[in-house]
Design a protein around this ligand. Structure first.
Ligand code: OVP
Length: 394
């Protein structure tokens, strides 16, 4: 059975502005769909997205997790040694990074990160209204993450621009990509410099990667590129995760009331917000062999777009998937992916999200939308530019 063609451009403005309006049609069309707009296959059902993520031997990453096939096209930048790598390379680099982003490291960071979340949220709560994106979601990760890496102080504002460029580069070379890339040489040059040993502060996660290089766990060139992964994946993701957490809580006052009544639900609230609106909407894989999924053939060497966010709202898997319910069991959601590539930074993201949710629960009596969020279109991220909320302090 050939894949059912679906005539939508998953990187078109209309789709990116409201992807959830299109996901139902993608899921309903079949387990495997054909997307003529981008000449790639797609999967949007929970069962098949999670199965593909788990089967990294059939659905590989080393030919790129964006639309560009590294076997045929020049990568936008030197491939990530984690995201765009297969075993055995991936397992070596991932193991090295796992030892740095450890439960112990996270445990040590919690007190300082909590204090910073509390202070920021308390200050915002004393006003009548604030912008949940520019004054909270973009601010908090920048208060905690760059210091943890040990980044140089000068030029940190380049991090968000750089990440937006890289996440756009996973899509086609459309207008969104071109608009982002214009005038971006400075941000790219800054990130290249920031990844170098001589520009990293002692005691941070960046220098820890170079210390692994000193133990011959990787080369110095690999260390630079691994630090680059921290810089690329560590900020715009949590910025928009926190942004959508606040969006979800403010649009669902009953859920915010539940959270206020029991701030220990903060961790679950953030996790549910990631299921309900997944920051990383999509990633591609490439088939390493002919494969048949639910009766549909995909040939070897094909790009397959995995709609993570659609899987996370698949009514075939979730009860009332459109409902934001902080007490639901979200285990198995694919907002952090699944399998060997499952987010390296998930504990970092969870800690940031939990602490912001808890700070809101403890310091804010009510948080209500002042209109619709303003979106920032990105080829991979569901991103926010601005979202004004009205607040009352607790
Ligand atoms: C969401 C991700 C995203 C972008 C870049 C990288 C990882 C990287 O490893 O450089 S994971």
């Amino acid at each position: 059975m050939p894949a059912v063609p679906v005539d939508v451009d998953p990187f078109g403005d209309e789709f990116l502005r409201d992807p959830y309006a299109f996901h139902g049609a993608l899921r309903d069309a079949g387990a495997v769909i054909w997307l003529p707009a981008i000449n790639a296959f797609g999967m949007a059902r929970f069962e098949h997205v999670s199965a593909a993520l788990k089967d990294h031997e059939t659905f590989c990453s080393s030919r790129g997790v964006g639309l560009a096939d590294f076997a045929k096209e020049e990568p936008f930048r030197a491939p990530s040694l984690l995201l765009e790598a297969d075993p055995p390379l991936h397992d070596r680099t991932r193991q090295l990074m796992n030892r740095i982003v450890s439960p112990k490291a996270l445990k040590d960071l919690r007190p300082q990160w909590q204090e910073k979340a509390d202070r920021l949220v308390r200050t915002l709560a004393t006003g009548i209204e604030f912008d949940a994106v520019t004054e909270l979601a973009e601010v908090y990760p920048m208060m905690v993450f760059p210091d943890t890496i040990g980044l140089m102080d000068e030029g940190r504002e380049n991090l968000l621009d750089y990440a937006a460029i890289v996440f756009n580069a996973f899509g086609p070379r459309n207008q969104i990509f071109e608009d982002g890339i214009r005038g971006s040489e400075a941000a790219i040059a800054w990130v290249d410099a920031a990844c170098k040993r001589e520009n990293l502060k002692p005691g941070g996660w960046g220098m820890a990667v170079f210390e692994a290089a000193d133990r011959a766990e990787c080369s110095n060139e690999e260390a630079e590129r691994l630090v680059r992964s921290f810089l690329t994946a560590g900020v715009d993701t949590t910025v928009n995760g926190i942004g959508h957490l606040v969006l979800a809580l403010s649009q669902n006052p009953d859920q915010f009331a539940r959270l206020r009544a029991d701030p220990a639900l903060a961790k679950k609230a953030f996790e549910e917000s990631l299921r309900w609106d997944s920051t990383v909407q999509t990633f591609f894989r490439v088939t390493t062999r002919d494969v048949e999924i639910d009766g549909t053939a995909i040939p070897q060497g094909a790009k397959v777009l995995l709609f993570l966010a659609a899987a996370n709202r698949d009514p075939g898997h979730w009860i009332e998937p459109e409902r934001f319910d902080i007490e639901r069991n979200v285990s198995g959601h694919v907002g952090f992916g699944f399998g060997i590539h499952q987010c390296l930074g998930q504990m970092v993201a969870r800690l940031e999200g939990e602490l912001v949710a808890k700070a809101l629960a403890q310091n804010v009596a009510s948080i209500r939308p002042l209109g619709e969020p303003v979106r920032r279109l990105n080829n991979t991220l569901h991103a926010l530019a601005s979202y004004r909320v009205a607040v009352q302090p607790a």
